[in-house]
Design a protein around this ligand. Structure first.
Ligand code: FES
Length: 146
């Protein structure tokens, strides 16, 4: 399904400027704008949803093969920090064992996206908690083998 909102190049550049001005690194902005790991994952083995204290919600789709994260997708109703963090989390855990994926740290994501405004640090936490939740629920439904 194509994105119903077309953003032209000029709008994209001005959005980038706004994000840079509020403290997002270029890498974080790329993750936010490209959204490569966003959306529904057909045939997911587990789907879990988590809402943070801020009210933003993440739905996570997990596909597992041989005890490893075969594929992961997030749907995010949230801020640029939430989207950038979730997209980066996927890149960091794809191919990892479930146990390794559950150990993903805020600092790992922060390193990957390079910078976020200070008041957006909790968005990283939400992406990690949503990831841990989908893994826990998958493990609970599949005999606890995470
Ligand atoms: Fe809620 Fe960013 S403000 S996750």
């Amino acid at each position: 399904m194509s994105d119903p909102i077309e953003i032209d190049e000029q709008d994209k550049e001005s959005l980038r400027e706004m994000l840079r001005g509020s403290g997002y690194a270029d890498k974080a902005i790329d993750y936010y704008m490209e959204r490569k790991n966003m959306g529904v994952l057909e045939g997911a083995d587990q789907v879990s949803e988590l809402t943070g204290h801020c009210g933003d919600t993440m739905k996570v789709y997990l596909k597992v093969k041989d005890g490893r994260v075969e594929e992961l997708r997030y749907q995010v109703l949230g801020c640029p920090g939430a989207i950038a963090s979730a997209m980066a989390a996927v890149e960091l855990v794809r191919g990892k064992t479930l146990e390794e994926a559950k150990k993903l740290k805020d600092a790992d994501i922060f390193r990957e996206i390079e910078d976020l405004p200070d008041q957006k640090q909790h968005c990283i936490r939400l992406s990690i908690k949503a990831l841990q939740k989908v893994i826990d629920e998958y493990s609970g439904n599949n005999g606890g083998n995470s």
